[in-house]
Design a protein around this ligand. Structure first.
Ligand code: ADP
Ligand code: MG
Length: 411
């Protein structure tokens, strides 16, 4: 898997795999040599030569040395490094061993070590593409290099078999990859949902506590304003700000409890017209023109009117806030195949960078000084409740198109 994802579960899997690999490697490596230089030589009537050619006994010393470093790394917790330690050390040791054995001699190259098959066939277990490429290209490269240096055609056989085996290993690796990817994304989704549930409960509790004192505060402020109309120019601002806190609290409460939805036949034209009347002042203040274009007479849709209004207020506010120096907002409503409505809101604002797009809809994610980071999240919830879809396309410094797609007939 990606080296970045180091969940405890995956580290545990990697550790299991690496320990199995260490056992198999050393078992196969040493039994192969015992068979090849001991048993086979013995039955062929050759001299039993445990000190073999090439590096001789030093080869075994090196392999055991690598094993000790591997055990040390595992103890230290650097599990992910062990497989690379093995492949790189093996490639170096084997290359040197073979060069010492064959360079300058007329001996034919005897087939490679059987542990190389283990390396290749075992590589998908680590579910790591980089490691897979290091292993297969490492072995193929090593044998090509040896073949060229020793000018020995016998190396063609291991090269071809490694290519075939690598292809098989690659297919396995891809299967593992998609399997693990779907598991981790399901896990992420679950975690996100849990997080939301906790935030929701907290938000609802706090929101509830704030609402009552807030309405008292607003009432008394209005009273003061009526009593002393000419004494304080700050009253309207105070009331406006209290309203702003109120709308934040409304959003928080929305997160907390699943709303009872009130679906009725509604006209989307009216909903959008209402939304525009609410946001008009804000737009004018920022020198923003709003154009609307509706495709002919639109069929009514089943929806919760209050909540859909909230959706468009949120989206149009975001569009306005993205254009501090003025510009144009285009709102278009189209019918798709008589089944769905596509409502797009296009602005000419500062746009959204790729990094930020990944965070959209996360609770409390905002790039604004006085943003709440709740608008898109609530919007998303409401649209999901309507079996709809929200798409956001943006080009940095050019603008953003937000599309809301809603089914026309819900029942
Ligand atoms: P808030 O508006 O309070 O920041 P939202 O959930 O409405 O919270 O939006 C989250 C973030 O998404 C914003 O802070 C902004 O960075 C980005 N965003 C949303 N809509 C737009 C838009 N039309 N243009 C540029 N950025 C946007
Ligand atoms: Mg917003």
């Amino acid at each position: 898997m990606n080296e970045g994802i180091k969940s405890p579960k995956l580290i545990f899997e990697e550790k299991k795999a690496i320990i199995l690999f260490l056992w198999l490697f050393n078992l196969i490596f040493f039994s192969w040599d015992i068979y090849y230089y001991g048993f086979r030589a013995y039955t062929n009537g050759e001299a039993v030569n445990i000190a073999r050619d090439g590096m001789g006994i030093w080869l075994y010393v090196l392999v055991l040395g690598v094993l000790s470093i591997a055990i040390f790394l595992i103890k230290k917790g650097s599990i992910y490094k062990v497989k690379y330690l093995y492949i790189y050390s093996y490639l170096c040791i084997d290359l040197i061993d073979n060069l010492m054995r064959y360079l300058g001699t007329t001996k034919d190259f005897a087939t490679g070590n059987i542990v190389e098959l283990l390396f290749i066939l075992f590589s998908p277990i680590f579910v790591n593409k980089k490691y897979f490429w290091v292993v297969s290209l490492g072995f193929i490269g090593k044998d090509v290099l040896l073949g060229l240096t020793l000018r020995d055609l016998n190396l063609l056989f291991p090269i071809i078999s490694y290519i075939v085996l690598s292809a098989i290993a690659y297919i396995l690796l891809n299967r593992f990859y998609s399997y693990i990817l779907s598991l981790t994304s399901a896990y992420e989704e679950l975690r996100q949902k849990e997080k939301l549930a906790v935030i929701g409960q907290m938000a609802a509790a706090i929101g509830h506590e704030i609402r009552n004192p807030l309405s008292a505060l607003k009432g008394f402020t209005q009273l003061q304003q009526e009593r002393y109309p000419n004494t304080n120019e700050f009253y309207p601002i105070m009331i406006q700000e209290i309203d702003r806190i109120n709308s934040i609290v409304e959003d928080l409460l929305y997160l907390g409890k699943p709303r009872a939805l009130n679906f009725e036949k509604q006209s989307i034209e009216e909903i959008i017209a209402y939304t525009l009347s609410i946001t008009q002042q804000l737009a004018e203040r920022q020198n923003i023109k709003v154009e609307t274009k509706m495709a002919g007479p639109l069929p009514p849709i089943y929806c919760d009117e209050k909540q859909l209004k909230q959706v468009f207020i949120n989206l149009i506010k975001n569009a306005i806030e993205s254009m501090p120096d003025g510009g144009r907002i285009k709102i278009q409503v189209k019918i798709i195949e008589n089944l769905r409505l596509n409502i797009s809101i296009e602005d000419e604002g500062y746009g959204i960078s790729d990094e930020i797009i990944l965070n959209l809809g996360e609770p409390f994610f905002t790039t604004k000084k006085d943003g709440t980071g709740l608008g898109l999240m609530v919007t998303n919830h409401i649209i999901k409740d309507h079996n709809g879809e929200l798409n956001i396309n943006s080009v940095l410094k050019q603008g953003t198109i937000v599309e809301v797609i809603l089914p026309i007939n819900q029942r």
